[in-house]
Design a protein around this ligand. Structure first.
Ligand code: F6R
Length: 642
């Protein structure tokens, strides 16, 4: 079975030891190249089950999950209902969990989520919908949970259970410490889980501390379980769950004992599995240049040797003898790989004029290039590639920056209030500003901002960005604020990408006709703004690729705000001196609203400038450990071919 391209609707489980490509894995899993294909496949399995039950005049009892992972599955089920006549009349659903306390009407309730994404759009009988109730009085809660389990039992148990997985290894809200036999109950949420929920609640303080969750015992009784994990963020917990020992510290590992469970992963979520990360330890490999580079970086890290010091024995001892057979000797591979990594380094990200460019990452010509740096939020440009940005400008290229979104929701109320009050101090008769101040002061907790307040917040970010781009030295006319409409919801949940967004991006590319495009390739969160912004660029490139000028356009993907390219993925590495590191720091500091306790910190407690410096320094150290030059910092890019 080709694990990355499988699209069958007939996902069948085979017993442990017979299904895997590796002895390391204890749970059946399928890896899809992207989450959309995987979701369609899961939706088909659910639809098939519903139809099979219909044909037998039976009810179909589904256990359902919320969160970002199943959204596309619900979308596909709704599509099947509308376009293919899939009926849900025989379906009874039990949701896994609900925050506690939580009002049904709140946009944060799982009740709201399920109706918004699924129930409002299908023909399910409302009496067949069961979602733990977040307003049940405390003294009735215990009995309520017992009754929830009993009701599932009365229906003959769950035919199918859909799960996501939290970074703590929770399924449902069964946090670490949960007993394998636990029933539905109330639970205290782990801090990590609350951190992950913080963005949609606009701050961790607004996230409930408790929830009601189906128990592990309840889930495990389901006849069929599919667990979804998309994105880089899930890669390490997926590995721990599939390859680790069963432990209450990672409740999802209990699924190893379930006889009919499949994990549905995308490429990013599978990255830490031994079979994917170090396939040479698992079985025969086809040694492409990319796999060989990956293996050599790993071997250097493991043996603590630089490339040129690796011996035949090192290769043989660590599952890489077939590479030796293919390439001859360690000496030959080492030289070849050393040169490959060496050639990624350049101080001339726009190409070195009048130089032989046959082994450089960028072309020498044209000497002066037109460049667009796409930045999803107003600050990703300097955080992720401030050093390279600075060099491109210094080396005389025509550099444009395009801020794709306004970034308005990331400005805190107190920051906005400060600016509003300054405006008020200057002009006390400004009634418009009075109303903005009033709206900020009267805002409650996690409610979304009024349009005027959002506008002010967006303008704050605009001015910060212009301060930074002026510092780097590009004229204001080269700074483009695209304000893509998909972002403008006032909440963390965004609208789907539309043709309007794509056209805005296409028009800019068409007007500038760039030789280089830089874009954020941060895919840590498959539903996040960075991914949508990247999709907008990819779609625009697709639309424009038949224009002659596009033959001359190279696309470079940067990372940095959330994670970094692996060393073997890097096609261009741009060094920075200690002074350039300080200049980059200064450029980031202009984005003051994103300093000192930002609203969307993510799961990394470091400030953005610290993350950027540490990541760039780490890349430099890794290069140095391979035996390459010792730089203070390196910014890394991967070329994207379209
Ligand atoms: C949701 C649930 C949770 C989520 C998990 C992953 O009903 O029970 O276990 O499935 O937290 O959430 P996402 O999909 O948002 O990463």
């Amino acid at each position: 079975m080709n694990i990355t391209t499988m699209t069958t609707t007939n996902i069948k489980y085979q017993p442990a030891g017979q299904f895997e490509d590796t002895r390391f894995e204890k749970i059946h899993n399928i890896v899809f190249s992207n989450s959309n294909i995987g979701s369609v496949c899961v939706a088909k399995e659910i639809a098939n089950l519903i139809i099979e039950k219909q044909n037998n005049n039976q009810l179909c009892i589904l256990g359902l999950a919320t969160g970002s992972s199943p959204i596309k599955i619900y979308e596909e089920l709704v599509r099947m209902h509308k376009e293919e006549g899939l009926s849900f009349e025989n379906v009874v659903t039990f949701n896994l969990d609900e925050y506690y306390p939580m009002d049904k009407k709140s946009v944060h309730s799982y009740y709201y989520f399920m109706h918004q994404h699924l129930f409002n759009h299908i023909d399910i009988n409302p009496n067949n919908i069961n979602i733990p109730c977040g307003t049940i009085p405390l003294d009735e809660l215990h009995q309520y949970c017992i009754d929830y389990d009993l009701k599932i039992k009365e229906y003959g148990g769950l035919d199918f259970q859909l799960l996501g997985i939290g970074r703590t290894g929770h399924i449902g809200f069964n946090e670490p410490g949960s007993h394998y036999n636990s029933g539905t109950r109330s639970i205290t949420l782990d801090h990590v889980t609350r951190e992950d929920a913080a963005p949609s609640f606009l701050g961790i303080d607004n996230v409930p501390k408790k929830a009601i969750t189906m128990g592990i015992g309840t889930v495990k009784k389901a006849k069929r379980i599919l667990l979804l994990a998309w994105g880089h963020n899930k890669a390490s917990i997926v590995k721990e769950t599939i390859e680790g020992e069963i432990t209450s510290e990672v409740p999802a590992t209990y699924l190893q004992e379930h006889p009919n469970t499949t994990f549905i992963l995308n490429d990013e979520a599978s990255q830490e599995l031994t079979r994917v990360k170090t396939p040479w330890l698992v079985g025969p490999c086809i040694w492409t240049e990319e796999l060989a580079s990956k293996a050599i970086v790993w071997l250097c890290q493991l043996t603590k040797k630089s490339i040129l010091k690796l011996t035949d024995k090192d290769y043989n001892d660590h599952g890489m003898s077939s590479l030796l057979v293919q390439e001859g000797s360690a000496y030959d591979i080492n030289i070849q790989m050393f040169n490959k990594f060496q050639h990624t380094i350049t101080g001339w990200p726009g190409g070195k004029p009048n130089a032989d460019d046959s082994s450089r990452p960028e072309r020498a010509n044209p000497v002066k290039k037109r460049v667009i740096i796409f930045s999803p939020h107003p600050d990703d440009d300097v955080i992720s590639m401030g050093g390279t940005f600075d060099r491109l400008v210094e080396q005389g290229h025509e550099v444009h920056v395009a801020y794709q979104t306004s970034g308005n929701i990331a400005v805190s109320d107190h920051e906005a209030l400060k600016y509003a009050e300054v405006i008020k101090d200057i002009n006390s008769n400004n009634s418009n500003i009075d109303s903005i101040i009033e709206k900020i002061n009267s805002k409650k907790g996690d409610l979304e901002d009024d349009l005027e307040v959002r506008k002010l917040k967006g303008l704050i970010r605009k001015r910060e960005s212009l301060a930074a781009t002026r510092f780097i030295g590009i004229p204001d006319k080269n700074v483009h604020f695209l304000n893509l409409p998909f972002y403008e919801t006032g909440t963390v949940k965004k609208k789907p990408l539309s043709d309007i967004d794509i056209n805005i991006v296409s028009n800019l590319i068409h007007t500038i006709k760039p030789h280089q495009i830089y874009a954020a390739g941060d895919l840590a969160d498959p539903h996040g703004t960075h991914k949508v912004c990247l999709d907008a660029i990819f779609e625009a490139l697709e639309n424009l690729k038949n224009n002659d000028y596009m033959d001359d356009c190279w696309v470079w993907l940067y990372r940095g705000a959330w994670h970094e390219w692996d060393i073997h993925q890097i096609d261009m590495a741009v060094p920075m001196s200690p002074d350039q590191v300080l200049r980059k720091r200064k450029a980031i500091f202009y984005h003051q609203s994103q300093k000192d306790g930002v609203m969307f910190q993510g799961n990394d407690a470091r400030e953005f400038w610290v993350r950027a410096e540490e990541r760039n320094n780490e890349t430099a150290t890794k290069y140095n450990n391979l035996g390459l030059a010792d730089y203070a910092a390196l910014e890394a890019f991967k070329r994207y071919y379209f």
